[in-house]
Design a binder for this molecule. Structure first.
Ligand code: FE2
Length: 351
């Protein structure tokens, strides 16, 4: 076992929390936003809209917030100027240049492998063209990591700043904050999948049905699938089954409504008969990082021939793995001598 633990210590050196989207080297400051056709977004209106730090735009049920429980939420962002079609079209243009767009046609189904959907069912239009024709485009378009755009970086930070005081007592350590905007044609499906972040999914325009399964539902996503996902972002072991629908919490979302999905809660989305705009605000916390690290370590143990008990069932093993990981991180920090340089692509500096 000691050899195995030494190997874990070494392999944990791979940067587990490396930013998925790299570091932006040339961020600029926006004072106004120019859109196709030379129309301009009123900078003062956007500035006013961003001045909402003192009040949460997202609200929970009266029985409180549990960070590991799927739950309905409400929000007040449907009329936000940054979430209207002209501004989204301008943002799509800017993100397209940076390669921060994901899109596929509406041929993708619930059981389409999520990681392969863009290759299997490509949408050949540009992002801007897709948005301009979204009612008839038969396409799903995701604006990825919108916080890499300076204007939306402030937006993401503002909204999550507002909700942070409500979360911190029960789920401290919010970090790596991001935003994702999904625009989809009528009758478009987002295939079954899960993600690593906690997620406030807010419906802005149109209607959609969202199926969400508990983060600890091992029938829908077993321990091995979770280990592999955290280890190498692989989703192959998360396989759709129509029977799963009966196990899901189902949200029929309209503007002003949303769903909170804890880290690795499997989900699948079916758009209604209208164009839909949805925004996700995502982040990690101390607990999501701990959970991810343990799954990753367990995946490594499996590769060495061990069969670890499920994460959370052996405090002796879990505590030992965390201790090793922390020791490795401390060593790397000391060896770095002065830290990294550059600008993080997330909505705040987390280093
Ligand atoms: Fe997702």
């Amino acid at each position: 076992m000691s050899l195995a633990l030494r190997i874990i210590l070494t392999r944990c050196g791979k940067k587990f929390w490396a930013a998925k989207i790299g570091r932006m080297q040339h961020l600029t400051t926006f004072t106004e936003c120019t859109m196709p056709g030379d129309s301009k977004v009123d900078a003062a209106v956007i500035s006013d809209a961003l001045q909402t730090r003192s009040q949460s735009q997202i609200t929970f049920q009266s029985d409180g917030f549990d960070p590991w429980r799927v739950q309905p939420i409400k929000h007040r962002l449907s009329d936000h100027p940054l979430l209207q079609m002209p501004q989204l079209l301008a943002l799509a243009d800017r993100l397209d240049v940076m390669g921060s767009i994901r899109t596929h046609s509406n041929d993708a189904a619930a059981g389409t492998p999520f990681n392969d959907a863009t290759r299997l069912y490509p949408n050949t239009r540009s992002a801007a063209q897709t948005l301009a024709e979204i009612n008839d485009a038969k396409a799903f378009l995701s604006l990825l990591n919108v916080q890499i755009d300076p204007l939306y970086r402030e937006f993401v930070g503002t909204i999550l700043d507002g909700v942070r005081p409500l979360l911190e007592p029960c789920d401290p350590g919010m970090c790596y904050r991001g935003g994702w905007i999904f625009v989809s044609s009528p009758h478009t499906v987002t295939p079954f999948h899960f993600d690593k972040e906690h997620n406030f999914l807010l419906q802005i325009r149109g209607k959609k049905r969202v199926y969400v399964w508990d983060a600890n539902d091992t029938v829908v996503a077993n321990e091995l699938a979770r280990d592999r996902f955290h280890h190498c972002h692989e989703r192959k072991l998360l396989v759709w089954n129509e029977a799963f629908r009966e196990r899901a919490q189902v949200f029929d979302l309209r503007p002003g409504e949303g769903a909170y999905m804890p880290s690795t809660s499997p989900h699948m989305v079916e758009n209604g008969d209208q164009t839909s705009v949805t925004m996700s605000f995502t982040y990690y916390t101390d607990s999501t990082r701990r959970n991810a690290l343990l799954h990753k370590a367990h995946a490594m143990l499996r590769e060495m021939g061990f069969v670890p008990p499920p994460v959370g069932t052996s405090s002796f093993l879990d505590d030992g793995l965390l201790l090793l990981a922390q020791a490795r991180r401390l060593w790397r920090r000391l060896a770095r001598r002065g830290g990294e340089s550059g600008t993080t692509a997330y909505a705040e500096d987390d280093r």
